[in-house]
Design a binder for this molecule. Structure first.
Ligand code: MG
Length: 241
């Protein structure tokens, strides 16, 4: 899990430098696939339930599961969510970042930062003896107290031999409720936070999820191991990102 996490986190760090005005999401996806394979792993998302690419790349009001395409060209002021999974020796890492393209609006920058921070609020509760609801409520509290909303139908999850395992890890909840966390569990904590309403809609392509009101959405995800000395974030390479 540590190796899978490292490769996943490094793939995101690698692609950050390629995110710029004029690049297509297809090109980013190709680079991510090459990076993962060069590191002896395989892209977890490729062909997962039929997903046709190695990364989910979602722009602006797209929340998650955007399909990379030669027709999707990044423009200055966009925010782009890159979600990557790498499978190494049968174990999966799963992580996502929201990356600004050039100069973005003040609100977009604040949404990205609040979403990132909400992850760390949640991850701090990823300790043996705590419960799933402790993670979700910490994320929700941080996002909502900053005037943003939490996506409900899409949530974090256990991760290990399979990309998606039990338990569900919602980004909302009640403290002290839900599955009890144990040492050795590995979970993907992944707040998806909207600037406007929490409602989302699924597009006819069968994958892409957008905000219902067309406002921006941000995503931040890491694979976290629950260990006796606290949460270890396996996909965090640059501590400030
Ligand atoms: Mg995930």
């Amino acid at each position: 899990m540590k190796e899978a996490g490292r490769i996943t986190g490094e793939a995101l760090l690698y692609i950050r430098d390629y995110v710029r005005d004029g690049v297509s999401t297809y090109e980013l996806d190709k680079l991510i696939r090459q990076f993962i394979e060069k590191n002896g792993a395989r892209p977890s998302f490729l062909n997962y339930s039929g997903f046709p690419a190695s990364a989910c790349i979602s722009i602006n009001d797209e929340v998650i599961h955007g399909i990379p395409s030669k027709k999707r060209i990044l423009r200055d002021g966009d925010i782009v969510k890159v979600d990557v999974g790498a499978c190494y020796k049968g174990f999966h890492g799963d992580a996502a970042r929201t990356i600004p393209v050039g100069k973005v609006s003040e609100e977009a920058a604040r949404l990205i930062e609040v979403t990132r921070q909400s992850f760390f609020e949640g991850a701090a509760a990823a300790r043996a003896g705590m419960r799933i609801g402790d993670i979700g409520s910490a994320i929700q509290k941080h996002a909502e107290s900053n005037g943003f909303s939490v996506v409900r139908p899409y949530i974090g999850h256990g991760v290990g031999h399979e990309l998606h395992e039990q338990p569900d890890v919602p980004n909302y909840g009640t403290p002290g409720h839900g599955v009890r966390l144990c040492n050795g569990m590995t979970i993907a904590i992944e707040p998806m936070i909207n600037a406007g309403v929490k409602e989302v809609k699924d597009l006819p392509d069968g994958w892409t999820v957008k905000t219902a009101d067309g406002k921006l959405s941000a995503h931040y995800e890491n694979t976290v191991a629950i260990l006796p000395d606290g949460p270890k974030i396996l996909t965090l390479i640059d501590k400030n990102w």
